[in-house]
Design a binder for this molecule. Structure first.
Ligand code: GDP
Length: 295
């Protein structure tokens, strides 16, 4: 699971801090050097790690902390609070529209887990008593439509498809279908590419302009670390996203993406994928994630 190395290193730093009893400013600075290294080793973005340590240090070297009876405890609490803040403080929810159906546009690079997570989301909404509709807008690979049907069937959610037609038209038609048959939300599984290119972005922009989704979710693979953060920045600049689904957290031993996405892009992680199975989806809670990291 993610964060093993980071957790271990942070706990070592805190253990040393606790063993000191009363703390001097230099003790805190030394601990923060260790924290910074641990973050960098976990593949946290360089600037994010620097700013994080700076913020913690500023709060921790105050008189109140140094003169308290449990200074190390206080420093650890500051780290925990800052880490929660770094990931967005609260659980960011899906923007549901008061006018049905809510349209959720899923985008991301090929292999990031977009199709799997479209189905995971459908399952999640079904469990909330909703009637989602999956839409096959990835028209370039017949296998993609087939894959969506397979996972759709597993989560008992119908798939709207028009074969390899025009994705903008398909998205538009799916909305009529959803309105006629009472499906809500509508989850658009759009095409991915191996790399970000203008053609892909143009297509996504065209779908966005035509159907005006209430929520654009970017699916990124946690295992590629900083690359996933760069992908998120690029998509946000080119398309504008509302949030991120960070997938394959089960295979990411370092955890840097989870800690960096929000700070770098300004967009929250809304869900995390924690396995290949369709039930392996969790809403993202920054405080719980911070607790998981800090033990
Ligand atoms: P797409 O090309 O973006 O639609 O990606 P897919 O949904 O086809 O997923 C690509 C591969 O990643 C598949 O083999 C999935 O089973 C796998 N996958 C997706 N999400 C997760 C996850 O959270 N954890 C793990 N371990 N594998 C995942």
């Amino acid at each position: 699971m993610a964060f093993e190395g980071l957790s271990e290193k942070l706990n070592q730093a805190f253990k040393r801090l606790r063993s000191k009893g009363r703390l001097k400013e230099e003790d805190i600075k030394e601990a923060m050097r260790e924290v910074r290294l641990a973050l960098l080793e976990a593949d946290v973005n360089f600037k994010v790690a620097r700013d994080f340590v700076k913020a913690v240090t500023e709060k921790a070297v105050g008189k109140e902390v140094l003169e308290s009876l449990t200074p190390a405890q206080q420093v650890i609490k500051i780290v925990r609070d800052e880490m929660t803040e770094l990931m967005g403080s609260t659980n960011a929810r899906i923007n549901f529209s008061s006018k049905k159906p809510t349209i959720i546009m899923m985008c991301g690079l090929q292999g990031s887990g977009k199709t799997t997570h479209s189905a995971k989301l459908a399952r999640h909404f079904r469990q909330e008593g909703k009637r989602p509709l999956l839409v096959a807008c990835d028209v370039y690979r017949p296998a993609a439509i087939e894959q969506l049907k397979v996972v759709g069937a597993k989560v008992e959610t119908p798939v709207f498809e028009m074969g390899q037609g025009d994705p903008v038209k398909i998205a538009e038609e799916s909305l009529k279908y959803a309105k006629d048959y009472g499906y809500d939300p509508v989850i658009l599984d759009t095409a991915g590419r191996l790399h970000i290119d203008e053609e892909l972005m143009n297509e996504l922009r065209a779908i966005k302009a035509r159907v005006q989704p209430h929520e654009i979710l970017l699916v990124v693979d946690a295992m590629v670390g900083q690359d996933s953060v760069n992908v998120a920045s690029s998509f946000d600049e080119a398309l504008g996203i509302d949030g991120v689904i960070l997938t394959k957290l089960d295979g990411d031993t370092r955890g840097g993406a989870a800690l960096s996405v929000r700070a770098v892009t300004g967009k929250p992680i809304k869900f995390v994928g924690t396995g290949e199975k369709l039930e392996d989806l969790e809403p993202f809670y920054p405080d719980r994630m911070a607790s998981r990291i800090l033990g």
